[in-house]
Write a protein that binds this ligand. Structure first.
Ligand SMILES: *Cc1c(COP(=O)(O)O)cnc(C)c1O
Length: 355
């Protein structure tokens, strides 16, 4: 049976990226040697890193005063790289979910953290509004898409201090005005590749301002200088990310992706709002176009397991909500085809007909 993959991360990737990557495992760049077996100090590989970096600049129209680097350790490692490199004394954070909370915890190792807005009071079901960003902090940290609860900050905000964003789960899903940010980071495994590599986009003039000594591996400047090869980079994940970005470009770039993503999300939210059995969990105005979360309507509370079973039998994969939230979460990242969303909607409609 055909499977429709709604996993939250790692998740679905473009077919073309998978196929090109399999090919490279057998024979990288017509060298007769596979990509898992080459040295990262070969011209063929150096070209991959360069072309991949260039593609980031091209797709997101990143200005020249920024650098893009690829690192191991996942987005969670950036939770402490960011304060280590940028926090002199104090930083402001917005707490919009579990990931934001973890970022806050790690930042506290380096200085004072001021949580200036939080939606914890309502289970992170909305994005806080009406807060003021202080001017006496070194940066303001936000999580643009809250993967677990399905809320999203959809516009690039103005900030009087450098804006730092965890964009793990919505990078490349929409055009971003990079110039409004100081640092953007994330793990690749939600929207731009497999697990094992993270991306960091940094305005270079923000670096070198802290007094603390930084081990080379934590210092962004080492990785910038080494062009993402300060140490052995995650070669294969970077290669798959490169192929994924090539697909984004072939699809028409991030503007086109944004249109497709908005259409997919609207179809699914419309069905959730129409269908008497389901109800969305995120505040309507803050609904994520990447992670769509819903639960059974009160009247049908006892049917949760039945719907999961029914949907699984129809080929839906990875729709169970995060263990901390329950219900359902369907992740419809860039690489999730519209047919998958249509199949899920049909499944919801067929389930409703049974009652
Ligand atoms: C998945 C996720 C993370 C954690 O990523 P790791 O690469 O597993 O460390 C952090 N932030 C957000 C928004 C995420 O979705």
């Amino acid at each position: 049976m055909k499977k429709y993959n709604f996993n939250a991360g790692p998740c679905v990737l473009p077919k073309s990226a998978i196929e090109a990557s399999i090919e490279a495992i057998h024979d990288f760049d017509n060298t007769g040697i596979g990509i898992l077996e080459i040295s990262h100090r070969t011209p063929g590989w150096e070209k991959v890193i360069k072309d991949c970096t260039d593609l980031w600049f091209e797709l997101l129209q990143i200005p020249d005063n920024y650098k893009v680097i690829f690192l191991g350790g996942g987005a969670s490692t950036q939770f402490f790289y960011v304060p280590a490199n940028l926090m002199k004394k104090k930083a402001a954070y917005m707490q919009t979910g579990v990931w934001a909370k973890k970022a806050i915890k790690e930042a506290k190792f380096y200085g004072d953290v001021e949580v200036i807005a939080s939606s914890e009071d309502k289970g992170y079901s909305y994005i806080p509004k009406g807060y003021t960003i202080p001017t006496d902090v070194d940066y303001f940290h936000i999580t643009t898409n809250n993967t677990i609860v399905g809320t999203e900050i959809k516009e690039d905000m103005d900030s009087p201090v450098p804006l730092v964003a965890d964009m793990s789960s919505d990078i490349m899903s929409r055009p971003v005005d990079i110039s409004k940010y100081g640092v953007i980071y994330g793990g690749a495994q939600k929207n731009v590749g497999p697990a094992g590599v993270s991306f960091v986009i940094i305005r270079e003039d923000l670096l070198g301002k802290v007094d603390r000594p930084l081990p080379g591996m934590i210092d962004y400047r080492s990785h910038i200088k080494g062009k993402s090869m300060y140490n052995t980079p995650p070669v294969f994940p970077i290669y798959v990310m490169f192929q994924t970005l090539k697909w984004v470009k072939e699809m028409g770039g991030v503007e086109k992706m944004h249109q497709i993503n908005k259409d997919k999300a609207k179809m699914l939210y419309d069905e959730i709002d129409r269908n008497k059995m389901f109800v969305g969990t995120a505040a309507k105005e803050d609904r994520s176009i990447m992670n769509v979360c819903f639960v059974m309507n009160d009247e049908f509370k006892d049917e949760e397991a039945a719907f999961l079973k029914f949907a699984t039998e129809q080929g839906m994969v990875g729709i169970k909500g995060h263990r901390s939230v329950g219900g359902f979460r369907t992740s419809i990242y860039n690489s999730c085809p519209v047919e998958a969303v249509e199949a899920l909607i049909k499944c919801m409609q067929d389930f409703e007909k049974k009652y």
